[in-house]
Design a protein around this ligand. Structure first.
Ligand code: PEP
Ligand code: MG
Length: 559
């Protein structure tokens, strides 16, 4: 038996035989072309085909793994549309009279080098993306037929030098027990996809990959990143048992799908899901969320070349409310600005965009945009249980102005004879220290608070959430943040309103007893975290730990 060490990229254990998947080798050669216009045309046709293929994969991925993880395919299609990238290729063909395959592969090298040299970790990752999209383009140009992962017979563990996200998402879960790759990292897109799809994976094996053969069986341990080649009987038995235990624990988690979220001592809490797109609802329902605690409505604006019309928005809100069949759907109004921009808003560059012109600040100064969204929301309100939530609030004035606009929209709709629900909840996000400190006043004017810990952490600690250099200082468990949250809940309770959490912290299992002890009544998390959170709630005995937790928060020991 040989033990190989890689990086555990997706949890789970698989035992089986290996199937080597090799993208057909293709070496790009430099060739001279005379008719550069025809060559540019050939490139253009291949580019369109590659974009179409990525869009098809995106649509498939949307249904299987949801909006967030499918975005990579949209980003790849957008890269193929990037003017600098395209012009670099057509320029090389025209100026150096070279074939399109060569022009693409040279451009890929130049762009990848540029991304790799950047300080920002996120931009560094883009260099792998440029290679991925360029590889698809070259294969389209050279009409290379790939070995299809669809043709797998029986159940196998796929071994490959690397898997592109487009290849990973096409893996058939019923046949692929796991995958192992020579390259890749924990945060590569394929690893992220494997986690969403629930396929165990070990990546980054480097030279150890050469020790793998398709003879005999292997054990893949996605927890530790170990691979056992031709395991002995004892190891085989041990891992068979561990795999069974793990599968049983996943099954038990699924049993919680329709169970109430209630602590051992009977405290009920609502566990909702955060979504960014209507297609995420499939995952929301598969994971037994009780409603939608945050619908980030920005995608309507970010996926569009111009302001989305009232009818476009109405159709989306109506679809979500209808599909959620009377469960509460909290739609957050437009939260653009800071790190989220769309060109047609024409927002000028700011030195400090996180503290700049964003969210409710845009809505209140450009009421025509706000009114369009509110009209669409109110029209859709008759199709389910709508709640409207406003982001980035810092003052009572913003809340009162928003309520005035909502009343004006209602009056307009009434005059036009358009129906809207008699009652819907109106809440605000608590994501600035200002909102926390006046939460006693704000609570008298709204139906609920939802704490946005992502922004509340950034503003409380003065740590830009996008700045990787100081990411070690970004700590949602910081005592200052926890005390901000506690004060918010207390002020909400004093005035009879409920408080939830929709930032990433809501899924921090270690903090859940703390949130419950504070009196938080709702947690909204990414759909795939709903069951883990429910399990944690169901295991907690608040009577046993409440006093201790509150005492720790008061005395300054946060955990
Ligand atoms: C938050 O700030 O916690 C939040 C949920 O909003 P977003 O992450 O979209 O800014
Ligand atoms: Mg926020």
């Amino acid at each position: 038996m040989e033990i190989l060490k890689g990086v555990g990229a997706s949890k789970g254990i698989a035992i089986g035989r290996l199937l080597f998947y090799t993208a057909s080798p293709y070496k790009v050669e430099k060739k001279n072309v005379e008719d550069t216009v025809a060559e540019q045309q050939r490139f253009e046709e291949a580019r369109q085909k590659a974009i179409d293929s990525l869009n098809r994969i995106y649509e498939k991925a949307l249904l299987e793994i949801g909006e967030e993880d499918s975005l990579i395919f949209q980003i790849h299609a957008m890269m193929l549309d990037d003017l600098d990238y395209v012009e670099n290729i057509t320029g090389l063909i025209a100026n150096e009279k070279v074939n399109a395959e060569y022009a693409v592969s040279e451009t890929a090298k130049q762009f990848a080098a540029m991304f790799s040299s950047m300080d920002d970790e996120y931009m560094k990752q883009r260099s792998a993306d440029v290679f991925d999209v360029s590889k698809s383009l070259v294969r389209e140009l050279a009409s290379i037929k790939e070995q299809s992962l669809d043709d797998i017979t029986g159940q196998v563990i796929v071994a490959a030098d690397d898997l592109m996200p487009s290849e990973t998402v096409q893996l058939d879960k019923s046949k692929v027990l796991a995958f192992v790759t020579r390259s890749g990292s924990k945060i590569s897109h394929s690893a992220i996809l494997a986690r969403t799809m629930g396929i165990p994976a070990v990546v980054g094996l480097d030279n150890a990959f050469d020790s793998l053969t398709d003879e005999g069986s292997v054990i893949v341990d996605g927890f530790t990143g170990s691979i056992y080649v031709e395991p002995d009987c004892e190891t085989m038995e041990q891992f068979t048992q561990r795999r069974e235990e793990y599968l049983l624990s996943r099954k038990k988690l699924l049993e919680l799908k329709d169970k109430p979220s209630e602590t051992l001592d009977g405290i009920k809490i609502e566990i909702n899901a955060n979504i960014g797109h209507p297609s995420d609802i499939t995952l929301v329902q598969e994971n037994g969320a009780e409603g939608i605690g945050l619908f980030r409505s920005e995608f309507l604006y970010m996926d569009s070349d111009d302001f989305p019309t009232e009818d476009t928005q109405f159709a989306v809100y109506k679809e979500i409310l209808t599909r959620m069949k009377g469960q509460r759907v909290i739609v957050r109004t437009l939260d653009l600005g800071a790190d989220k921009h769309v060109p047609y808003f024409n927002i000028s560059n700011e030195d400090n965009p996180a503290m700049g012109y964003r969210a409710i600040r845009i809505c209140l100064t450009r009421p025509e945009i706000f009114i369009t969204q509110l009209r669409a929301l109110l029209r859709a309100s008759v199709y389910g249980r709508l709640a409207i939530m406003v982001p980035m609030v810092t003052s009572l004035d913003e809340v009162l102005k928003t309520k005035e606009i909502i009343e004006a929209v209602k009056a307009q709709l009434k005059v036009e004879g358009i129906e809207y629900a008699d009652h819907f909840e109106f809440g605000i996000m608590i994501e600035t220290p200002a909102a926390v400190m006046i939460s006693d006043i704000l609570a008298q004017h709204v139906d609920f608070f939802s704490i946005g810990t992502n922004d509340l952490t950034q503003y409380t600690l003065a740590v830009d959430r996008m700045n990787h250099t100081i990411s070690h200082l970004y700590d949602p468990r910081h005592l200052a943040v926890l005390r901000m949250m506690k004060l918010t809940v207390e002020n909400g309770k004093k005035h009879g309103i409920w408080t939830g959490i929709c930032g990433e912290s809501a899924a921090d299992l270690e903090l859940i007893p703390t949130f419950l002890a504070m009196g938080v009544e709702e947690l909204s998390v990414t759909p795939t975290a709903v069951l883990d959170v429910r399990q944690k709630v169901c295991e907690t005995n608040l009577n046993e730990c409440r006093a201790d937790i509150l005492q720790r928060l008061d005395s300054g020991i946060s955990r």
